[in-house]
Ligand binder design. Structure first.
Ligand SMILES: CSC[C@H]1O[C@H](OP(=O)(O)O)[C@H](O)[C@@H]1O
Ligand SMILES: Nc1ncnc2[nH]cnc12
Length: 290
């Protein structure tokens, strides 16, 4: 069995990953530009880890300006096999109070200003997003949360807004009527791009607030988000440690359908492909670009 490389994308409040050995910060450049920051590499037991702070150390980059393509491409270039996103989210359900963890399994994308694909003119591809997260990785995450006794639910729809402003009351109520569980600003297009790059992707939403719809709670503020997140950060780190151990023992990973997402996705005829585009795509789609 080949050694997996578990990548963690840390969201608001998660800018480092203590407890690793053999650590270093690596600079990675990609055909899509620079990722949000250097990537922190290290080992945890048998597992190789890569950690990328989504907004950069110090939280310099707003959700609309995160270079999602560079982030995913950089992790792929380093050899990542599995990507876990850890994100602060607002709750759209009364039974998901701050402190809950949600193993997200669906998305509704209301973002408007972001590059959402590695492909384009010169090489067109259409991957399936029907099941946008990896059920195998999601099972490991859920088992780890269960073992830690963290209040969590498996499954839930993440509503992605453009931000940076939080939602209006009418929007928040609309998203509730759509049966969404949580709201955030970053998991799209990240999940789309991970699928195109054939990475197993899972997302844990760490609930920090009730957005603005709950009559008994104040509307969300950054202060409230950070206060809850500081309480959650240690749980998130323990989750990573537990996940790092279980994924090294998963012999079924190599056959995971996420890792073959491009098998039937490319539609541009080989002789009609733009060689420059093909070259640019080698880092993320090289497996199917012989
Ligand atoms: C600080 S509250 C809003 C901010 O937090 C979430 O970030 P992330 O998903 O990276 O944890 C949300 O999406 C917004 O970017
Ligand atoms: N209510 C909210 N809306 C959007 N992103 C968030 N991140 C944390 N809470 C949020």
């Amino acid at each position: 069995m080949s050694t997996p490389l578990l990548a963690i994308i840390g969201g608001s409040g998660l800018y480092d990953l203590p407890g690793l050995t053999d650590t270093r910060w690596e600079t990675v450049s990609t055909p899509w530009g620079a990722p949000s920051d250097q990537i922190f590499r290290g080992r945890l037991g048998q597992a190789e880890l890569a950690f990328l702070p989504r907004h950069g150390r110090g939280h310099r980059i707003p959700p609309s300006e995160v270079n999602y393509r560079a982030n995913i491409a950089a992790l792929k270039q380093l050899g990542a096999t599995d990507v876990l996103s850890l994100s602060a989210v607002g709750s759209l359900r009364a039974d998901l109070p701050p402190g809950s963890f949600v193993v997200v399994d669906q998305f509704i994308d209301r973002t408007t200003q972001r590059a959402g694909s590695f492909f384009g003119t010169g090489l067109v591809a259409h991957v399936s997003l029907a099941h946008p997260v990896c059920p195998r990785l999601g099972s490991h995450v859920t088992a780890a949360l269960q073992a830690q006794g963290v209040p969590h639910v498996r499954g839930g729809t993440y509503l992605a807004i453009e931000g940076p402003q939080f939602s209006t009351l009418a929007e928040s109520q609309l998203y509730r009527s759509w049966n969404c569980s949580v709201i955030g600003m970053t998991n799209m297009p990240e999940a789309r791009l991970a699928r195109e790059a054939e990475l197993c992707y899972a997302s844990v939403g760490m609930v920090t607030d009730f957005d603005c719809w709950h009559p008994a709670h104040d509307a969300v503020t950054v202060d409230a988000v950070i206060q809850v997140l500081l309480g959650n950060a240690q749980t998130a780190r323990t989750l990573v440690a537990s996940l790092a151990e279980t994924i090294t023992q998963d012999a079924s990973a190599a056959a995971c359908p996420c890792r073959h997402a491009l098998d039937h996705a490319l539609i541009t005829a080989p002789d009609a492909r733009d060689p420059a585009m093909v070259q640019r795509l080698r880092g993320v789609a090289g497996r199917v670009l012989r």
